[in-house]
Design a protein around this ligand. Structure first.
Ligand code: PLP
Length: 470
């Protein structure tokens, strides 16, 4: 080792000196001692490595002030919770990586009393006996969809798994080759089918499947006809899919149940609000599906959950499946789901008060006003770092829902000056709270559709800080 490195090593402040340093003395009392020591050791270890690698060559970089400052910064970092709020400025409403649906205010109000105390989760108050957790959402689900029976599990992947396991383990399930969906990496119809123990019988071609394709493979081992909503893609051009009614008619003829995995599962007909027509859950059941499954946190706008609706005998069999215990819904989810569903009794309230639906239906005009407001909150800036302008663009429903829908929106564009696009994107992402935008054509775009009203000021503050940066 060179003499220079050796003398630098000797200049690293000791743990004791750091503990007593003005930069740390006061703040360290508000953290557990083990965490303070942990932060000190992390920083000191890194300094040693930097000296070794020649990345530190000046004594000033090892001053007590500088090192204690780094420790204080590290302390803040390691004591921060891992799960943190972020501002979604991507314009993707049901953003899988950012927690999908935002819960409604009235749902949040239920958390304190129900999660902070005991409840009748599995207790029948009339009889003073053990009850079932499913009762809390069963009747409202039946009321909203006219389903004969209902139950809920942890998420829609679990709903599909347990439905297949119950109805078709060791037997055959017929599904179109055009519907072998993959959702976000880990959920793939063929893989879930395999885990359920059912044997998948693929029929048709990628672009076209006919009714006779299904009929041809029906045999004594056929347990289920499955239709899967192609939530996140669409096959266009020379295509044909068998409508649910066709499958239902076929299933009736051979007494084989028909299931549809709806994915998103709308309870509201979005075509009334200018969006692409998606079959609602009620329409799907009315068409005769024996079983329907969908997510709680996609277009429904509630918590992560899997909802299973359909024929009473089938739903009862699923409830009794021992697998259910492993997939069962948690009480926090259940309370959020019950409250979200109750809001659906009033459709206009749903569009006003469930954030996912409100954001989907927010008209361009009001978004343009919101963007103006954001620009005004930023105010006049004198900076060469970047410039700001408003532009038209599109938001997306996301979350494997309404795959081709683009919702016209208004965006705040940060056009690079001295700062690069990449730098601005990273800086905003490491802001507290992180602001997640999207990068297109060398500009950082902030879509106001997914920025909550109360967050506009925070975003404006972040932009102003970035403008002042030297
Ligand atoms: C999203 C989706 C799933 C998985 O639902 P999760 O709630 O994410 O488990 C399954 N099938 C389809 C068609 C979907 O769109």
């Amino acid at each position: 080792m060179t003499n220079q490195k050796q003398s630098l090593f000797k200049k690293i402040p000791s743990v004791d000196r750091l503990l007593m340093s003005p930069g740390l003395k006061d703040i360290s009392s508000s953290y557990p001692r083990s965490l303070v020591l942990n932060a000190i050791h992390q920083v000191l270890d890194e300094l040693r490595i930097y000296i070794q690698k020649g990345k530190i060559s000046k004594v000033s970089e090892l001053s007590l002030e500088s090192v204690s400052g780094q420790v204080a910064e590290r302390l803040k970092e390691i004591s921060r919770p891992s799960l943190r709020p972020v501002i979604n400025a991507t314009g993707v409403i049901v953003h899988t990586n950012l927690g999908r649906s935002v819960l409604a205010e009235s749902v949040l109000k239920k958390f304190r009393p129900l999660a902070g105390g005991y409840s009748n989760l599995e207790y029948n108050l009339d009889q003073g006996k053990r009850g079932s957790r499913y009762t809390h959402v069963e009747s409202i689900l039946k009321e909203l969809t006219s389903a004969e029976a209902a139950m809920v599990v942890n998420n829609n992947a679990a709903a599909v798994l347990i439905s297949l396991e119950t109805l078709a383990k060791g037997r055959e399930v017929v599904v179109s080759r055009g519907q072998l969906v993959e959702i976000g990496g880990s959920f793939r119809i063929p893989a879930v089918m395999q885990k359920s123990g059912a044997k998948m019988v693929e029929v048709g071609a990628t672009n076209k499947t006919h009714l006779w394709d299904y009929e041809e493979v029906i045999g004594p081992e056929t347990a289920l006809l499955l239709k899967v909503h192609t939530s996140n893609y669409q096959i266009v051009g020379f295509t044909e899919e068998v409508p649910l009614t066709g499958l239902v008619e076929l299933g009736k003829r051979y007494t084989i149940p028909v299931m549809e995995d709806l994915g998103s599962g709308c309870l509201v007909d979005f075509s009334k609000y200018g969006l692409v027509k998606e079959p609602t859950v009620k329409e799907t059941l009315d068409q005769g599906a024996d079983l329907v499954t969908f997510s709680g946190d996609k277009l429904l706008g509630g918590p992560q959950a899997g909802i299973i609706l359909g024929r009473k005998d089938v739903v009862e069999a699923i409830k009794k499946n021992p697998l259910n215990r492993a997939l069962r819904i948690d009480k926090l989810t259940l309370l959020a789901l019950e409250e979200t569903l109750r809001m659906y009794r009033d459709e206009s309230a749903v569009l006003r008060e469930i954030p996912t639906l409100r954001m989907i239906c927010q008209p361009y005009k009001s978004l343009a006003k919101k963007a103006e407001r954001l620009l005004k909150l930023v105010g006049k800036m004198k900076t060469a770092n970047f410039s700001l302008e408003l532009a038209d663009g599109n938001s997306r429903p996301g979350g494997g829902a309404l795959p081709l829908s683009e919702l016209p929106s208004r965006l705040l564009c940060m056009v690079p000056g001295k700062l690069s696009c990449q730098f601005m994107e990273t800086w905003l992402r490491s802001y507290d709270p992180p602001v997640i935008g999207r990068v297109e054509k060398e500009t950082v775009l902030l879509d106001v559709r997914t920025i909550q009203d109360r967050e506009l000021k925070v975003v404006a503050d972040a932009i102003r800080k970035l403008a002042k940066m030297k």
